[in-house]
Design a protein around this ligand. Sequence first.
Ligand SMILES: [Fe+2]
Length: 94
Amino acid sequence: MPTPNLLTKPIEAMLGEAISAELFASHLYLHLANQMQFVGYFGAQKFFLAEAAAEREHYQRLVEFMNKRGSWARVGWKAATAGEHDLPGAEVRR
Ligand SMILES: [Fe+2]
């Protein structure tokens, strides 16, 4: 039996924004890791891959927090990939 929703709408909205921010941060760190690999900075690549994984872990914690309280995250895919064409590094070349 599902848990009744214990979260108010404003709290759900704030958690949703935080969840989207965590996904965006993970996406950004993955992008930076790929850019670092491209220019041969493999130590930096490893660093950014670990940061991306950490942000996904933060995302998962927030989702589980909501699920355990009878709510669920409404992840906007636009938010998760917002500005994908504006990410830094387009100018990074060998
Ligand atoms: Fe985070």
